[in-house]
Ligand binder design. Structure first.
Ligand code: 2HG
Ligand code: ZN
Length: 452
């Protein structure tokens, strides 16, 4: 049997099997800097056949693999831990023609979200999903971790956009459901199982993506608020009065100050407030009146309204700029949790003290209010110290929330899965994992702890 490097080179060509640390290092460290490890090789297949051939070679050699797209994951699941082969899917970037009759398009796992958005727009459609990492994150990763973002409030998470997919399994075999039939219930829904499986059940190579109609008329409002109960009242008013509501995000004053400092700009608001909501409405015709009615119903008269694309983008950079501004200030602990709205205020009030008691210094809270999705970012704790993570996740469960809303479980929260889901559910997950990946070759240690 040829050695693994030679076997992989026979499949993808030797220049696509990287082993020189200068070439592999960018695949070995995650975006936050909290997670890194060495790769045995980085392999860069060009298409599904090459992914399948590479996986079969790894299976023959008993070599574990970590699939990777744009390496924008935030839970440690996209970088190697201990000598795995990294499969970079970036060369699978082809985007097919939009089928206008069904509003679907077949997208390669390595196409960026921004490229999908551009293709959709050119065909008069919308990808229906959007978030700050759009220029780097890839569709395979988006689907593998069931990413959400601000527009999930209206259009659902990545799962809602998957009309089918193609993937390579642990033995190198290929499953393909790309016909895009809206009614197709022949057998188990394996594509649904792969969505959110974070590379532990198969390597997604192509996705049939469901598009949304393009809504060209957009208006956003940045609303300064005094409390989470005011925010809840605003959300209720938006739901009642503005059916065009697409996003309803939030951030706090501490986060805003950090972002303004990082972006070297002034606040667009005259006065600071403890909490800000950024809401956006989208429709075929101007939704400004709808938004204004909702704001009035919530008793708001000091919102900043942005009705052209430049001013809307200016407001969204304040919200989306949090991740970069936090990264520039240190290596963060990032806990992406979901909290029932009635517990939102209690959670936001209590979490900073719990973080300090667990050895963290600074807590920055922001996220997607409409989905109850809070991004808890903590600075000042040692990257390897789990106490902050434990404190935040403990409080999340106490509040009836979920330990992972849109970033995934990864390696960061694998220890917590059983607490969060219960023994029976995790036993069922393990049975599925064993059936599809008996040798634990696919992203070992992500989602489910390998040791058990
Ligand atoms: C966002 O909503 C992303 O901007 C990233 O989910 C959140 O950096 C984070 O914690
Ligand atoms: Zn988010």
């Amino acid at each position: 049997m040829p050695d693994l490097q030679q076997a992989l080179a026979e499949v993808v060509g030797s220049r696509h099997v990287l082993s020189d640390p200068e070439l592999t290092s960018s695949y070995e460290r995650d975006y936050t800097g909290r997670y890194e490890g060495r790769a045995r090789f980085v392999v860069r297949p060009a298409d599904t056949g090459e992914v399948a051939g590479s996986m079969a070679a790894c299976a023959r050699h008993g070599a574990a693999v970590v699939p990777q797209g744009g390496n924008t994951g935030l839970v440690g699941a996209s970088v190697p831990r201990s000598g795995e082969v990294v499969f970079s899917l970036q060369r699978l970037s082809e985007i097919g023609d939009v089928d206008p009759a069904v509003g679907q398009v077949i997208v390669g796992a390595g196409a960026t979200l921004a490229a999908l958005q551009a293709s959709a727009r050119a065909a008069g459609e919308d990808a229906g999903l959007d978030f700050a990492a759009r220029d780097s994150c890839t569709i395979g990763g988006v689907v593998a971790c069931d990413a959400g973002g601000a527009r999930a409030l209206r259009h659902g998470t990545a799962r809602a956009h998957v009309a089918g997919l193609e993937a390579v399994l642990a033995d190198g075999s290929v499953i393909s459901r790309l016909a895009g039939l809206s009614k197709d219930n022949a057998g188990y829904d394996l594509p649904a199982l792969l969505v959110g499986s974070e590379g532990t059940l198969g390597i997604i190579t192509r996705v049939r993506w469901k598009l949304e109609p393009l809504l060209p008329a957009r208006v956003a409002a940045l609303v300064p608020l005094q409390s989470t109960s005011e925010a809840a009242r605003l959300l209720a008013a938006l739901r009642a009065r503005a059916p065009s509501l697409e996003s309803c995000d939030f951030f706090l004053d501490e986060g805003l100050r950090l972002v303004l400092e990082h972006q070297r700009r002034e606040s667009p608001l005259r006065a600071a407030a403890p909490l800000y909501v950024l809401a956006e409405c989208a429709a075929r015709s101007d939704p400004t009146e709808e938004l204004a009615e909702a704001l009035e119903r919530a008793g708001i008269d000091d919102a900043l309204i942005a009705d052209d694309s430049t001013s809307r983008a200016g407001l969204w950079t304040l919200r989306e700029g949090h991740t970069d501004a936090i990264n520039a200030a240190g290596i963060p602990h990032k806990l992406d949790v979901g909290i029932p709205l009635e517990q939102f205020g209690r959670f936001l009030d209590r979490v900073p003290d719990a973080v300090v008691a667990a050895g963290g210094e600074r807590t920055i809270l922001f996220g997607h209010l409409g989905d109850g999705n809070v991004h808890v970012n903590v600075l000042g704790a040692d990257p390897g110290d789990p106490r902050v993570d434990n404190a935040v996740l403990e409080m999340t469960l106490e509040c009836g929330g979920t330990i992972s809303a849109e970033h995934g479980v990864g390696v960061e929260k694998a220890r917590w899965l059983e607490r969060a889901r219960g023994a029976a559910e995790v036993a069922a997950m393990r049975a599925i994992k064993r059936a599809l990946d008996p040798d634990n070759l696919l992203n070992p240690g992500a989602v489910l702890l390998s040791a058990d």
